[in-house]
Design a protein. Sequence first.
Length: 304
Amino acid sequence: MNSTLNVTSKPFTLKSVATDFKEITKAGLAVSVVFSSIAGYLLGVTSFSNLNWLTLLMLAVGGYCMVGASNAYNQVIEKDLDALMDRTKNRPVASGRMSPNRALFVASILTIIGLVLLYLINPKSAMFGAISIFLYTSIYTPLKTYTPLSVFVGAFPGAIPFMLGWVAATNDFGIEAGTLFLIQFFWQFPHFWAIGWFLYEDYEKAGFFMLPTGKKDTSTALQTVLYSVWLLIASLLPALGYTGRLFLTPIAAVFVAFIGLWMIYYAARLYKLRTSKAAKQLMLVSVSYITLLQLIYIFDKFLR
């Protein structure tokens, strides 16, 4: 066994525990996912006066627990592979700071807490949370070393948070929740292909297939552009008036179109340049895009 995976002795302090917890749950990612869920919840409530702060708190904590659990399970499963990559070799389990058993215990506790909190909101929310964990850990994670289709599979749990917020607010999965799911589903592809491009060499060390063709080539770059276009189309669907209570005013649609064209521009730039720098820029733009999109949707709802 790789010696880097042996548990190393280190002072047991509150700071070290907090640091390892943040890393095992990937706190930055988890918070961004929670933001998506809160955005979906705000879009689902009929008015600001009907906002239930307790439900919102349970959604935020429960959502963090579910994402954190998925990331902890993932780091246990991929501990040997994480140790091979520069960007992941210092993770708690891969580096040996946390034993796999302790990480599994943390993941299990987070799963229980998350499911209970989401169930207290409504059973549908708990169901989608459980589906998310299952798909991420049991299908997406193992597929990463076998096929580029892993990104397609991973896009399903990745698209649940935005939709989950709507379900938490309405206890209903209809055209509105489906549209929110579709938006975040298409967003996954240019976002993760951009990451897979500029981290290609690092992923290659662990045998991960993150690009649709398996290579940094013209076809991969073209597919990134095409999915960015599909993302813009999906994001504008609420402006057409066919998505139930989820709709955009013409002014909001103009803003959505603007940021969508902004993202397509950077995807096209990757297609033209095919460099790691262009891929990293697209990744940063994609993060800004999904955040700005959700804010536009929210402001449009409450200011109209």
